[in-house]
Design a protein around this ligand. Structure first.
Ligand SMILES: [Zn+2]
Length: 57
């Protein structure tokens, strides 16, 4: 089980982006979320964490 960086829940299935993990549920949500949706902004913010992590490592 790995902790998803979006929902912060331990999940079994998902994808790896650099050193971070995104669960399948969140990945699907992100794909269908409209860019005008406030939720999309939240996803982008969470994704920034990945980038920052990548720079550090
Ligand atoms: Zn998730």
């Amino acid at each position: 089980m790995e902790k998803c960086i979006i929902c912060e829940q331990p999940k079994k299935i998902g994808i790896h982006l650099y050193t971070s993990f995104i669960c399948t549920d969140c990945e699907r949500e992100m794909v269908k979320t409209d860019t005008d949706d406030p939720k999309y902004k939240f996803y982008i913010e969470q994704m920034k964490v990945i980038k920052e992590t990548k720079i550090v490592t």
